[in-house]
Structure formats: C-alpha cells, structure tokens
Ligand binder design. Structure first.
Ligand code: PMP
Length: 375
C-alpha cells in the first residue's frame, strides 16, 4: 500500500503521551572515525577478551537454567571495585545504566509524578522518564545573565539548583557528573544541597566518572546517611564494554528492594554476569586506556580553542565545543571527511568523543579543514 508508516502509527492505539515523540537516535553509521556516542575507542585488550570468552564458555553448558536472579557474585565484584566500604547489598546492576535508570523511574517515578533534570543533559533521562509515565521538567544550568560564550555557563550552582528543586518538587531529581553533553563535573556541595532540598530520590549519573580530572570527587562518598541518594555507573565507557550492556548503581540496600518490585526476573543473563565479572577481574588492564583518553580529551580542548572555537572544560571522555556559525553544516562536512561526531541539538555547539590518538588527530585535521572551507 502507499500508506506511510507514519500514517499507520498515527492510527495505532498508542499512549497519548507518546504521540509525536522522537526515539533516541544517535546515528550508527559505518564510517572510519566514529566519535559520536562517547564509547571507548580502544578495543578490549586480548587478555581480557580471552578471559571473557573463558567465563562465557563455562556458562554455555548451563544455559538451560535461569541465571542467578540476584547476580550475587557480580554485586560482590562491583562492590569491591567501587570501594568506599560499599557492601554487595548496596549494589544493583542491569543491562546498561539506561536499564538501571529505567528501573529506578519505574519504582520512584511513574504516572502523576514529576522528574527534574538540568538541561542540557543526557537525552535519555527525559525519554526514560516519559516512557515510564512521569512528567519531565527541564531545569536550567548556569546563572541568570551568564554570557552564551562563557565556558562555565554549564556549571550547576547550589542556590540555582535548590531554587529549582523547591519550585518543581520532583519525585526524582537527575544530576549528572560529569554531565553529558557538557563534560561538567559537579561540586559535591550541589549534590548535598539538592538532597536536602527534596523528599524525593536524587540520582547522580556518574557514567563518565573514571575520566574526571583530579580534584573532582564521586558522590559515592555522600551515600552514608542518605537513603534517597543513588549513584549510577556503567561499564560502557571507561571499561570499554558498551557492547556487553552492564550498568550498576550504589545506594541504600532498601533502594535495591524497591527495584526488585519492578525488575523483570532474571533480567541479567548468565552470559552478561560472567562477562562482566571476567572484565572486573581485569579492571586494571581495562582502565589503562583512561589516562590515554584523558590526554586526547585535553588535546581536543586545547586544539579546538586554538582554532578560535569555545570548548567547555571537560571531566569526561568527550568535549562540547561552541562558537559554530552553522553546526549542522560543520557536522555534515566532518562526515564527508569520514568523521562522525554528535549534534546534540544545541545551536552553535557540537560534541566529540576523544578517540585514539590517531582518530583524534584525524578529527582535529578534518575540523581545521572544514572551518577553512566554511568559516
Ligand atoms: N548516562 C549517561 C550520562 C550516558 O551518557 C550514557 C551513555 N551515553 C548512559 C548513562 C547509558 O549508558 P549505558 O546504558 O551504556 O550504561
């Protein structure tokens, strides 16, 4: 028929609150240099890949059985990795931190409740919020009257954060440190003040925390005595394990009991559990790439500034840079040169992940060439 899919979709009995929404859509294009989803550009080292294969091999013959629904050993290994005196019963894991966040919102958000985040931030926070039936409110970063070319315009400050939380009264507040897409790390004073300003859950999304510069602290240190605080992490970035889909959180053990009410039984396959554990046993080797990635991140900040553009200071494995006359044209120009980066929907800005030194150099050369073509 010549009816469009959009016409059929319009006729389907879709939930009203999902009509007109756009799905998460980072392009997955087969180009030489892919720096658009903040993955780790380094392959999993051969010795770690071999350990993962062996761990998965041992599970393969037992796939007739459901996995350990409580993934007890994985929670123990994750607690060990995190340190901070965390116990296994404070840890929860799922298929990527996106699923962790979805489970949190199923338990603590939902219909009739409001969720607050501070834009620009991770695009999945509102998508997961709406998908689980709650209402999303876009809060603001920076201070009133801050110049649009101020490199610190994406910082979150205590007074502004507290004011917005007290006004919106969210059931769940999202903080993100280092923040995607801006790279901005959060002062722990902001987390403490946000927590004190609400009776709701406060989630600190620390997907990129391993890339933070020295002097930036994790919100894990704030967990004792704060039963509504949740810190979420992932193995997708520093651990170079995005394809395995393993994310986790640390919180009061009661928070994991709340999640047990909504999680699907056996949501974490035995293959995933085995692969994640094997990777954690080799965390030293895996995390070796972090220092190299930070060097290329810092090189991007410096080089982009030398090109006359305006990079935001970054504690993550990516850089948001502004000062672009036409970010969509620049994005296309880079793509035509084989370099895929991210248009995060912020006028005048683009975001690029730090790659290997070779990839980073190809990006910086392509950027310089593109700017010469169309300043
Ligand atoms: N949080 C943030 C801030 C992210 O940028 C991402 C990945 N882009 C995630 C969470 C989710 O990652 P994953 O589901 O792979 O753990």
């Amino acid at each position: 028929s010549n009816e469009s899919r959009a016409e059929v979709l319009a006729r389907l009995p879709l939930r009203d609150d999902l009509r007109g929404r756009t799905p998460y859509g980072a392009p997955q294009l087969d180009v030489p240099v892919r720096l658009n989803t903040n993955e780790n550009s380094y392959d999993v080292p051969a010795e770690v890949a071999a350990a993962i294969v062996e761990a998965v091999r041992q599970e393969a013959g037992h796939l007739n059985r459901y996995p350990d629904r409580e993934f007890t050993q994985l929670r123990e290994d994750l607690a060990n990795y995190l340190g901070h005196d965390l116990e296994a019963d404070q840890i929860w894991a799922a298929n990527g931190s996106n699923e962790v966040l979805q489970q949190l919102l199923q338990a603590f958000g939902g219909p009739g409740r409001t969720v607050l985040g501070f834009a620009p931030s991770y695009s999945m926070h509102p998508i997961i919020t709406v998908g689980t039936g709650a209402t999303w409110v876009d809060g603001k970063r920076g201070r009133a009257g801050q110049a649009t070319d101020d490199p610190n315009q994406f910082d979150l400050h205590v007074a502004e954060t507290v004011e917005q939380i007290e006004r919106v009264k969210p059931a769940v507040t999202f903080l993100c440190s280092p923040n995607n897409p801006t790279g901005t790390a959060l002062d722990l004073d902001v987390v403490k003040a946000a927590y004190d300003a609400t009776d709701g859950i406060v989630i600190v999304d620390e997907a990129y925390t391993e890339f933070a510069r020295t002097g930036t602290a994790s919100a894990l240190t704030l967990l004792p005595g704060r039963e509504r605080l949740v810190v979420s992490r992932t193995m997708s970035k520093a651990f170079a394990l995005a394809g395995a889909r393993v994310g986790y959180l640390a919180a009061d053990p009661a928070v994991t009991d709340a999640i047990r009410l909504v999680r699907l039984p056996y949501h974490l396959s035995s293959l995933t559990q085995a692969a994640a554990r094997a990777a954690l046993w080799h965390s030293d080797v895996l995390l070796d790439t972090v220092e190299a990635i930070k060097r290329d991140r810092d090189r991007i900040v410096t080089s982009v500034r030398e090109l006359g553009l305006n990079p935001a200071p970054s504690d993550a494995n990516f850089v948001l840079f502004g000062g672009l006359a036409d970010e969509k044209a620049l994005w296309r120009s880079l793509l035509s040169r084989g370099v895929l980066i991210r248009d995060v929907g912020l006028p005048g800005f683009l975001r690029v992940s730090a790659g290997t030194p070779e990839e980073t150099t190809i990006f910086l050369d392509a950027l310089a060439d593109s700017l010469l073509d169309a300043p």
